[in-house]
Design a protein around this ligand. Structure first.
Ligand code: NAD
Length: 493
């Protein structure tokens, strides 16, 4: 029986992984081979603000090559049995599990989440594949009578382009890989230039699992994402990122009328009902706000609390935030790491500046950056703030929580539904039937009662309103990577 790695084993793995980055160059995977580029960019460690690796910057010619190789490989990949594609994907899940500590170290290094959370991200990525492959898309018979038989068949689209952000490098790229490949497509993946290392390393580890050209992963900047979105050889873009970039992707894809799945930003409201038990839910609310330092699309970003519970909720949440251990994400005691990059750090600071300028707003705890290196911001809880402030109207994507007072539940629902976002929303109360009734009035892709954050692999996940187009996860998500073909046939013999 092998023993479980201890925290000190994990620290050793992390140190070795980081040291290895100096010796083993970071490479793209194109057509089954590892490849470099002439130009490179630095990957910054958000804990120190210093470079931690050098990644190759792919050219337009390398994109053309990757697309050409993916197109060549696609018919044979689609012709495999569903079970064979499933088997290859289960091996990808096994690679994630086998290299969990190494991949987690890369995520912590480049993204800044605590090592335990990074291990969780790698484990969840493997679990998502294992769940997705239980799905199977079969032809559907819609009508069968003496004169005709109408069936819907689902076919792969061809080459899919996947573009991902920096907050969850593997948990956001792996579902796109699993959906696209299970459906019989081949793939070109572009991770965020802020955090490309774990995705590129996964591609390197997995390169023998798939025929050459089936999975291609290239590091590139924003222009590279635009080239993908415009590319005539790519049939679909599956994009996760911000709303403004989602609009650009949609514009770039218009010329070739690509299929699109857009998983975009959120500004999730949570409504605490007057019968809620604050002592029982405060920690769970806190966790759903400050998870990954607030850098989760479906984190709580606005908390609506009724007059009678307001001061108690403010004190409970601020109390937890005051105790939070902020620091080096490789230290097992750390609960909150840095904000991932300088640009995001500046955005969060501007939001805090706006908050300080609001008459009446009370910063209960936090409110500023930590001195010293890295992009650290104190966990911040703000009371007596309302719509009109940037912290309430925008998605700050950092460790900040506005607590908004309300008197009337209908008014809270209207305010929660206002604005362009619609990713997630939640309602919290002890009378579950009442909480479910209020939840039924919220406009979001996912609505929770007495919890927030989390997506079941078999349930469709995505945004209402401007938080997205289309869905991932579940059969709905998988079919988004396929074309529905209506077959009008003679009656069945
Ligand atoms: P971003 O939109 O800046 O970048 C995302 C990706 O798009 C990166 O790979 C980037 O290089 C690429 N890109 C940039 N410009 C492009 C262009 N013109 N054409 C094509 N690609 C381009 O987002 P980010 O700052 O990396 O991530 C944070 C955002 O992502 C937040 O808004 C967050 O809510 C959102 N997000 C959404 C989900 C979801 O599932 N809905 C999940 C995670 C993050």
């Amino acid at each position: 029986m092998t023993s479980q790695p201890t925290p000190s084993d994990r620290f050793t793995t992390a140190t070795a992984t980081i040291a290895e980055l100096d010796r083993r160059p970071v490479r793209h995977l194109i057509g089954g081979a590892l490849a470099d580029s002439d130009a490179h960019f630095e990957v910054i460690n958000p804990t120190t603000g210093q470079p931690c690796a050098r990644a190759p910057e792919a050219t337009r010619e390398q994109l053309d090559e990757a697309v050409a190789r993916a197109r060549e490989a696609q018919p044979a990949w689609a012709a495999l049995r569903w079970e064979d594609r499933r088997e290859a994907l289960l091996q990808l899940a096994a690679v994630l599990r086998e290299h969990q500590d190494e991949l987690a170290a890369l995520i912590t290094l480049e993204q800044g989440k605590p090592l335990a959370a990074a291990r969780g991200e790698v484990g969840r990525s493997a679990m998502l594949i294992e769940q997705f492959v239980t799905l199977r898309v079969e032809p559907e018979v819609l009508r069968s009578n003496a004169t005709e038989r109408i069936e819907v068949h689902y076919r792969p689209l061809g080459v899919v382009g996947a573009i991902t952000p920096w907050n969850m490098p593997l948990v956001l790229s792996v579902p796109k890989i699993a959906h696209a490949l299970l459906a019989g497509n081949t793939l070109v993946v572009k991770p965020s230039p802020y955090a490309p290392l774990a995705t590129l390393r996964l591609a390197e580890l997995a390169r023998k699992l798939f025929p050459p050209g089936v999975l291609n992963v290239l590091a590139g900047g924003n222009a590279f994402g635009q080239w993908m979105s415009e590319h005539p050889g790519i049939a679909k873009i599956s994009f996760t990122g911000s709303i403004p970039t989602g609009r650009r992707v949609m514009g770039s894809a218009a010329g070739t009328l690509k299929r699109l799945t857009l998983e975009l930003g959120g500004n999730d409201p949570a409504i605490v009902l007057p019968d809620a038990d604050i002592d029982a839910i405060a920690q769970r609310l806190y966790d759903a706000v400050f998870v990954n330092c607030g850098q989760v699309c479906m984190a709580i970003k606005r908390l609506y609390v009724p007059d009678a519970l307001y001061e108690k909720a403010c004190e409970a949440l601020a109390g937890i935030a005051r105790e939070a251990r902020v620091g080096d994400p490789f230290d097992p005691a750390t609960q909150l790491g840095p904000v991932q990059n300088r640009a995001q750090f500046d955005i969060v600071q501007a939001v805090l500046e706006d908050t300080r300028a609001r008459a009446g707003a009370r910063i209960l705890t936090g409110g500023k950056a930590l001195s010293g290196p890295g992009y650290f911001i104190e966990p911040t809880v703000v009371a007596d703030i309302a719509e009109g402030a940037r912290m309430v109207d925008e998605e700050p994507f950092g460790p900040v929580l506005p607590i908004i007072r309300y008197t009337d539940v209908d008014d809270a629902v209207a305010r929660a539904n206002a604005g362009p976002h619609g990713l997630g929303a939640s309602v919290w109360g002890t009378d579950v039937a009442r909480a479910c009734e209020v939840a039924s009035r919220l406009h979001a892709g996912t609505v929770w009662v007495n919890r927030h954050v989390g997506a079941d692999p078999l349930a469709p996940f995505g945004g209402a309103k401007q938080s997205g187009v289309g869905r991932q996860y579940g059969l709905t998500g998988l079919k988004g990577y396929m074309e529905a073909i209506t077959m009008v046939l003679p009656p069945a013999a």
